[in-house]
Design a protein around this ligand. Structure first.
Ligand code: ATP
Length: 378
């Protein structure tokens, strides 16, 4: 672990009723809508959402590169933004560090000098600075690269260096804006694991922005799913994955298959217009949307029977395409208004395109949403 003097401590972050509007071509674009959020001390909170939902703008408000029109931001005991009272602490006085997608290292400065840079303004003895630089470089496993120049290094190494630079002054808060998205797939997974380990070891408070659901679930102590400048759901990775609160979250976290459920007053159910006698949902009436992940659906030839089976089978579908994907094959199935993607283990793959098929729903892995897109408990 890191040791030293003049340390910042990881702090709690409190964001209250934050609003941010941009002016664009004489129109105002409301990008953050009354955002409130608490990030606990030592927590790594992931902001997850599609491009344009306001993730980066929220980070920029935290670091001080944007001035929100309304709201408050507190870092521990310090109020760094209070729009009403016209409080706005400049970025260099916030004790917040940021890591960017494009590394942003100075090419003409050696690695050690890059990492030492944010310590410049601090009144610290040179040898302590040098020690600190070596320490953070070791933490990101780049101690041996201190005398190299950034352009001589791989993307993964450069990103580790920029992480070291951000950590060197021991910021109260570390912000990471899609830090892994410029790296190739294998390296991304490798660095993701290292980052997780690092967070566990040194316990910084962090806010991490990504549009990659896997990354969010792997890294976040909590995940905040954003849509159009608002939070749709904030929860532990397991919560948002297993119980997406809205259809939007379900779709974003991989439950992309959608079927329409209608329950008549007598309790009988149809799915995409096909009666499914066994599908009983006590207390339900009217229209719902069902959401399922690819691996939670199955498919069988029309008219087939499966022994010892608790699935609900919905007839009337057609297999459009079978796409081999290594250990499984993705089956693209059309059923009424729905196009469904069904992962079938490769060993079972024996269906042919254009065949009539039935879709199997696993009752334990069907998410059900009301007409407003809210999760319904059953
Ligand atoms: P991405 O992953 O693509 O960066 P994001 O979720 O981080 O997306 P933001 O970069 O925060 O989204 O942008 C949110 C919205 O605010 C977008 O519609 C964007 O066009 C708009 N926006 C951001 N910065 C400005 C600006 N300086 N002036 C005008 N509009 C802006």
């Amino acid at each position: 672990a890191l040791a030293g003097e003049q340390d910042a401590r990881p702090v709690q972050v409190r964001i209250t009723n934050l609003n941010k509007t941009f002016q664009r071509n004489k129109e105002s674009v409301h990008v953050l809508h009354d955002i409130s959020l608490e990030v606990e001390e030592g927590e790594l909170l992931v902001l997850l959402g599609p491009s344009g939902c306001g993730k980066t703008t929220l980070l920029r408000c935290l670091v001080g590169l944007e001035k929100p029109g309304e709201g408050r931001i507190e870092l521990g005991e310090r109020t760094v933004v209070d729009a009403e009272r016209r409080v706005f602490v400049q970025p260099n006085r916030r004790d917040v560090a940021m890591v960017f997608q494009n590394y942003a290292l100075w090419p003409h400065m050696k690695v050690a000098a890059n990492v030492a840079y944010p310590l410049k303004a601090r009144r610290m003895k040179d040898e302590i600075k040098r020690g600190r630089v070596q320490e953070v470089l070791d933490v990101v496993q780049c101690g041996h690269l201190a005398d190299r120049y950034p352009p001589e290094l791989s993307g993964g190494q450069q990103q580790r260096i920029s992480l070291a630079r951000a950590l060197a002054p021991r910021p109260a808060l570390l912000l990471l804006d899609e830090p892994l998205s410029n790296l190739d797939a294998l390296l991304r997974i490798d660095l993701r694991a290292q980052l997780r380990l690092l967070h566990r070891e040194i316990g910084f408070t962090g806010v991490y922005v990504t549009h990659d659901q896997e990354e969010a679930l792997a890294l976040g102590t909590r995940v905040a799913v954003m849509k159009e400048g608002r939070f749709e759901q904030i929860g532990k990775p397991g919560e948002v994955y297993h119980r997406p609160a809205t259809e939007y979250v379900a779709d974003f976290l991989g439950a992309r298959n959608r079927m329409a459920l209608e329950v008549a007053a007598d309790g009988t159910a149809t799915i995409n217009g096909v009666p499914v006698p066994g599908f009983v949902r006590p207390g339900f009436t009217g229209s719902y949307a069902l959401r399922m992940r690819d691996g939670d659906l199955t498919v069988r030839p029309a008219g087939a029977t499966t022994v010892d089976d608790r699935r609900h089978w919905v007839a009337g579908a057609r297999l459009l395409e079978v796409l081999p994907a290594g250990d499984h094959a993705e089956h693209v199935v059309v059923m009424g208004d729905s196009t469904l993607f069904v992962d079938v283990p490769a060993a079972l793959g024996e269906l042919e395109p254009d065949q009539d098929v039935e879709i199997g729903l696993d009752p334990d892995h069907v998410l059900c949403y009301d007409v407003d897109g809210r999760l319904v408990d059953d």
